[in-house]
Every structure is written in C-alpha cells, then in structure tokens.
Design a protein. Structure first.
Length: 74
C-alpha cells in the first residue's frame, strides 16, 4: 500500500470504522502469518491477531503518523 494513501486512510479511520476495515483487510494476513510462525498454532494465532487489531482499532484516535507503515506500529 502506498504510504500517502495509507496516511490518508489512517486519518479517515479515526472517524470512519469502514476505513479501518480497509487497513484490517490489507494487513490481517501479514500480522496473522507473523504470529503463526512464532506460536505454531492456528487458533492461538487467530486470537492474537484479532486482539492486535481490536487494540489498534480502539486506540486509532491516538495514532500519530510518523512516516512508517501502519503495520509497523500495530
């Protein structure tokens, strides 16, 4: 995802949950695969990845853009 587009999407997600859904769709697989490689259990990896995105969603209003991809800070 282009960083400029991602920056605008994060800004929009602060007011529109559907915009956060686009971030979720883009990065869930990446986060899930990262966790799965470490825990080697699909159900646990799903739970952890879901928790990561729930926490990110609940705190999106605090997110400050620092020029790095959203996924690097999730």
């Amino acid at each position: 995802m282009d960083l400029d587009y991602e920056k605008q999407l994060v800004k929009k997600a602060k007011k529109d949950p559907e915009a956060f859904g686009e971030l979720f769709d883009e990065y869930y697989k990446t986060i899930f695969n990262y966790v799965l490689r470490r825990v080697a259990d699909v159900a646990v990896a799903q739970d952890i990845a879901s928790t990561v995105f729930f926490k990110a969603f609940s705190k999106i209003w605090q997110f400050e853009w620092r020029g790095v991809p959203f996924v690097a800070r999730v």
